[in-house]
Structure formats: structure tokens, C-alpha cells
Design a protein around this ligand. Structure first.
Ligand code: HEC
Ligand code: HEC
Length: 297
């Protein structure tokens, strides 16, 4: 009897603690999710001529926006797993349910450069840690193009963190837009496009570092379920044709097919020859590892 009584007290106590912890995490995780960030607005040159828009279209295509926001950029639900989370990549057009109509240039800039929405909330999954390296002229060209997207009617639910998601958020770095204020070395204008190491280095910052590491010598995939982003030092031993086949066609010199879900080569298939060559040339002179090696998983 006594044992039963004590078991009851202990279990009851534990259940109470769990409930308390759940309530704490719900509030603490929710506060973290809803925390707002402000950034000084720095008006970008957004020109609306057709050459600028065409440049923007190419940048939007190669920067894989369609991977998450859908082929027509009409948005899609990326994670539908309540009570963990529902994460929705917004409809970027001016159709029904789209952000396009209400968005100002400064809102586009804030989302792409700092990873926060117009309300100031940090965006989940959205890879602003890459896009923050885009030079003013390129970001301006992308915005000019995004404002002309054909409208898509697609009303989507809002991004939400459930109890489990909030518990995880309580103890994990959830969003870090504060790290994206002004990356060192971001130029005001992009290096001229051409098969140069300068253009190649710049392009890897906006396209590759999120998965292959800041020094391109390897990093864990931003999606915890994804495979390790391998060391791009290996490319030093490849020919330009072999590199182009891997980057645009997803097949490595030793015949492996890269998984397009984790390595977005279908989007890189739109890169111009001179862009591929520029990245190749930069990888030929890639400086040695600067960060402590991250263990391969
Ligand atoms: C890896 C997936 C992914 C890629 C690639 C991606 N996005 Fe996003 N984006 C998201 C998600 C998810 C959200 C919503 C996150 C949230 O609500 O917390 C988002 C939000 C946004 C928002 C803010 C919408 C709002 O509600 O105010 C804009 C603007 C945006 N993305 C534009 C772009 C553009 C332009 C590109 C390409 C240059 C791009 N995204 C690439 C996943 C992605
Ligand atoms: C969203 C994450 C992501 C981005 C962005 C990305 N990669 Fe990858 N990459 C991967 C992953 C993961 C692999 C391994 C895939 C596999 O083995 O199926 C990979 C593999 C590769 C390989 C093959 C390496 C080998 O050892 O066989 C090359 C080359 C490569 N990436 C180059 C690039 C370049 C160049 C860029 C930028 C233009 C880039 N990647 C951008 C995730 C990414």
C-alpha cells in the first residue's frame, strides 16, 4: 500500500512537472518564435527596365526559390507536422493569398537579406544566410523581377509552431537574423559576370556556402535530415567538363548521381557557362580550410 502511495505521489509529481515544463516551453518557445527584429532600411536601387528584370529572373531561377516556393512561386506547405510545426513557404506573387500586393521594396529586402517578415518575425528554413551576400544591384534586380511575377491564386495557412516545436525552439537556436546584419565583404555591386575567380568566389557565397560551409570545406546540411555537404576541395582534381556535369547534371566523375532533393543541381542547370567556369576557377584556388573540421556524419 505504502509503495503504491509513494508511486502515486512520484508519478503525480512527475506529471505536474511535465505539465509545468510544457506550459513553460509553450510560452518560452512561442516568445522566441514570435520575437521581432528591426533593421534600418537602406533603400536599394530597384530599376524596372527589362534588362534589369531579365537579370533578376536569372538570379531568381538559379537561387532555387522555386525549390521551396513552388515552380510558379505560388507557395507551398513545406512541413505539415502539427503539433511540431507547420512551415509554409509563402505565395510570392500578387495573386489571391500572395504577399506580392502588399510588399514594398524594403519588405523584399528585409526578407531576403535579414530573413525576417514585414512584422519582424524571423523566417524559418528560408536561406537568407545565402541571400544576405547578394550585392545591392543583384538584390535590386531580383526584386524588380519578383514584383512582375504572374499572379497565382493560392491561399495558404500561416506558419505555426506547435507545442513540440516550441519545446525544441526553447533549447535550440531557432532563427538567427541578428547574425545577418551585414556580412563582411558584401559588395555594393557584384563583380562583373565572367569566368574569373572573383566572380566565382562571390557566386559561391550566394549559392553554395549554406550547405558546403563558409570556407566550402564541408558542413552539415541545413536540414537535419539531409546528408553532409561534402568538401568542395575535391573539385581541384576534376576537369571543367567533369565539374559542369556534376553541377548542372548531378553526375560526379565517378558516376554517382547527386540527390536533387539535397543538392539543388536542377536549379544550377540554369547557370551560364561563364558562371560555372568562374566557380570552377575559384575552386581550383580555394584557400585551405579555415574552420575547425566538422565531423563527417
Ligand atoms: C529552402 C527553402 C526556401 C528557399 C530556397 C527560399 N525560401 Fe523563401 N521562404 C521559405 C519559407 C519556409 C518561408 C516562410 C518561413 C516562415 O513563415 O517562417 C519563406 C519566406 C519567404 C518570404 C517572406 C514571406 C512573408 O510571409 O512575408 C519571402 C519574401 C521569400 N521567402 C522569398 C524567397 C525568394 C525570393 C527566394 C529565392 C531567392 C526564396 N524565398 C528561397 C523557404 C525558402
Ligand atoms: C541545399 C544544400 C546544397 C547547396 C546549396 C549546394 N550543395 Fe552541393 N551538395 C550538397 C549535398 C548534400 C551533396 C552530397 C549529395 C549526395 O551525395 O547525393 C552535394 C554534393 C556536391 C558535389 C559533389 C561532391 C563530391 O564529393 O562528389 C559538388 C561538386 C557540389 N555539391 C557543388 C556545389 C556547388 C558548386 C554549389 C553552389 C553553386 C553547391 N554544391 C550548392 C548540398 C548542397
Amino acid at each position: 500500500m505504502r509503495v503504491l502511495k509513494w508511486t502515486g505521489i512520484v508519478l503525480g509529481g512527475l506529471a505536474g512537472l511535465l505539465l509545468l515544463f510544457g506550459a513553460f516551453a509553450y510560452v518560452a518557445g512561442g516568445m522566441k518564435f514570435n520575437r521581432t527584429y528591426t533593421f534600418a532600411e537602406s533603400p536599394l536601387p530597384v530599376r524596372a527596365d527589362s534588362a534589369t528584370r531579365a537579370r533578376g529572373a536569372h538570379l531568381v531561377r538559379t537561387h532555387a526559390c522555386a525549390e521551396c516556393h513552388g515552380p510558379d512561386l505560388g507557395g507551398k506547405v513545406l512541413v505539415d507536422g502539427m503539433p511540431f510545426a507547420r512551415i509554409v513557404a509563402a505565395n510570392l506573387t500578387a495573386g489571391r493569398g500572395g504577399i506580392g500586393t502588399g510588399y514594398r521594396d524594403a519588405d523584399w529586402e528585409r526578407a531576403l537579406r535579414h530573413g525576417v517578415n514585414p512584422q519582424g518575425r524571423g523566417l524559418l528554413i528560408m536561406p537568407a544566410d545565402l541571400y544576405t551576400h547578394l550585392a545591392d544591384d543583384e538584390l535590386g534586380a531580383m526584386i524588380a523581377y519578383l514584383k512582375t511575377l504572374p499572379p497565382v491564386d493560392n491561399e495558404l495557412p500561416a506558419t505555426e509552431l506547435g507545442l513540440v516545436g516550441r519545446m525544441v525552439a526553447t533549447f535550440n537556436p531557432l532563427t538567427m537574423p541578428e547574425l545577418m546584419t551585414s556580412p563582411a565583404g558584401r559588395p555594393a555591386t557584384a563583380p562583373p559576370m565572367g569566368p574569373t575567380t572573383a566572380y566565382g568566389q562571390y557566386r559561391t557565397r550566394t549559392l553554395c556556402i549554406a550547405c558546403h560551409g563558409a570556407d566550402l570545406h564541408g558542413a552539415p546540411h541545413p536540414d537535419p535530415a539531409g546528408p553532409y555537404g561534402p568538401d568542395l576541395g575535391v573539385v581541384r582534381d576534376w576537369t571543367l567538363v567533369q565539374f559542369a556535369t556534376a553541377l548542372r547534371g548531378g553526375v560526379t566523375p565517378d558516376g554517382r548521381t547527386l540527390d536533387p532533393h539535397w543538392m539543388p543541381w536542377p536549379h544550377f542547370s540554369h547557370l551560364y557557362d561563364e558562371e560555372v567556369e568562374a566557380i570552377y576557377r575559384y575552386l581550383q584556388v580555394l584557400p585551405p580550410r579555415t574552420e575547425a573540421p566538422v565531423a563527417n556524419r
